[in-house]
Write a protein that binds this ligand. Structure first.
Ligand code: MLT
Length: 405
């Protein structure tokens, strides 16, 4: 009997679980201290009333034999596929067939599972820093090689994103097969323009690479030249898979719903990746509950859109409070404009975990150390705008006072 030894290569626990454990230990030792959590990107506003109403109605339907539903369609109910297609694609000038959209329980699962349909021989390119799921799932499946002394995996191509390049990756200097891109970016909060993204689409089409495009933070885009979907870029349908989520858009982190788009035009060796993903999902996943899909559909109703715009605006205001507040203390800050994340350079070249400890122990503010997102995150730190405005203001004030000393 052998287990998958690749699992031993990664940290025993996920970044955000490690942070939660540290915070819990601190909280136990200091029960009188008020901790403000701006670490994990988890939302705090309640669901939009339109979603709640839709869920109540759906629950009632489930209570009667005539309207009860069993297994959902494997890739999503038509009512939700239609709403996604109309609002997230047609509205941006993109034509998709509903069979190109796969409703799921979220972008974390899908970005983690997508590797199933690709050969282990593929060369993977990731940004550094990066959302840890892309790296860890490739390590788990045996695609990463071994970890070097500098914390990098031997078979992974790293695209370093630092202030010097405005946190935008540069096109790979060698041929890579799978390219993970996340825009607006987690963790740096930076966005990509349509012109910049076009370079990636062209690279992928020229090299037969596939872009795995995580657009989970799309709802936070404020600038016109930033694409809401990669398919706004000409040529993307032959080289890109897109992941979207209701988690950050509509506060579904606890409800769980997202979707993945695999265009029929995207083929490898003449085989449609759409049918590969359909096969993967139908085999290993049983669909999203009816109640949840009705809630997701309500996100696109007139009332839902209005309510969700208000919730996003609430978080955007928090992002600005953090960004402006830290900047005013002389800190170097990035992100926030098209994102709920603020990425900052630690003062005096402090290590990012040291800065984490300082903020937790001295100010009782929790953030995420940049190093947790990859070697190039060392010396950086992430704060999220997903707290309450009251707590966000308090946290910024604590930081301001400390650094004004
Ligand atoms: C984060 O804090 O980076 C996110 O919450 C992670 C996620 O969406 O899974």
């Amino acid at each position: 009997m052998k287990f998958n030894e690749n699992f031993l290569k990664i940290e025993s626990s996920y970044l955000f679980l490690n942070i939660a454990k540290k915070v819990e230990a601190y909280s136990k030792a200091n029960p009188d201290k008020e901790i403000i959590r701006l670490g994990i990107g988890d939302v705090t506003r309640p669901l939009a009333p339109a979603c709640i109403d839709a869920m109540h109605k759906a629950v009632d339907e489930m209570s009667k034999a005539e309207t009860f539903r069993g297994y959902p369609p494997a890739f999503g109910y038509d009512f939700l596929l239609d709403a996604i297609n109309e609002n997230d694609y047609k509205a941006h000038g993109v034509e998709l067939d509903n069979s190109e959209i796969f409703v799921s329980d979220g972008a974390k699962s899908d970005t983690g599972n997508i590797g199933d349909i690709f050969s282990l021989d593929n060369k993977v390119a990731i940004c550094d820093p990066v959302y840890p799921v892309y790296v860890d799932t490739n390590v788990m499946s045996g695609r990463s090689g071994e970890k070097d002394a500098d914390g990098k995996w031997s078979n992974i191509y790293y695209m370093t994103c630092l202030a010097e390049n405005n946190f935008l990756p540069e096109l790979p200097k060698e041929k890579v097969d799978l390219i993970y891109l996340c825009f607006p970016n987690n963790p740096t909060g930076m966005a990509i323009t349509k012109d910049e993204l076009k370079k990636w689409v062209d690279y992928a089409n020229e090299n037969g690479s596939v872009i795995l495009y995580d657009a989970a933070y799309e709802a936070f885009i404020t600038e016109d030249n930033v694409p809401h979907t990669i398919y706004e870029i000409e040529g993307a349908k032959t080289c890109a898979i897109e992941f979207k989520s209701f988690s950050k858009t509509a506060g579904f982190t606890g409800v769980r719903c997202g979707y993945t788009v695999v265009p029929h035009e995207l083929k490898v060796d003449g085989v449609e990746l759409n049918s590969m993903w359909a096969r993967r999902q139908a085999t290993k996943f049983n669909g999203v509950s009816y109640v949840t899909q009705r809630a997701a559909e309500a996100v696109y109703s007139e009332q839902g859109k209005k309510e969700i715009r208000e919730i996003i605006a609430y978080y955007q205001k928090n992002a600005k409070i953090i960004y402006d507040g830290l900047k005013a203390c002389g800190l170097e800050v990035y992100g926030a404009v098209n994102s709920p994340y603020v990425w900052l350079k630690t003062p005096d070249n402090m290590g990012s975990w040291d800065f984490f400890d300082l903020l937790l122990n001295e100010l009782q503010v929790v953030g995420t150390p940049g190093e947790g997102f990859g070697p190039a995150g060392e010396g950086y730190f992430r704060l999220t705008a997903f707290g309450t405005t009251e707590n966000t203001e308090k946290a910024v004030e604590r930081i301001r006072k400390y650094f004004a000393k």
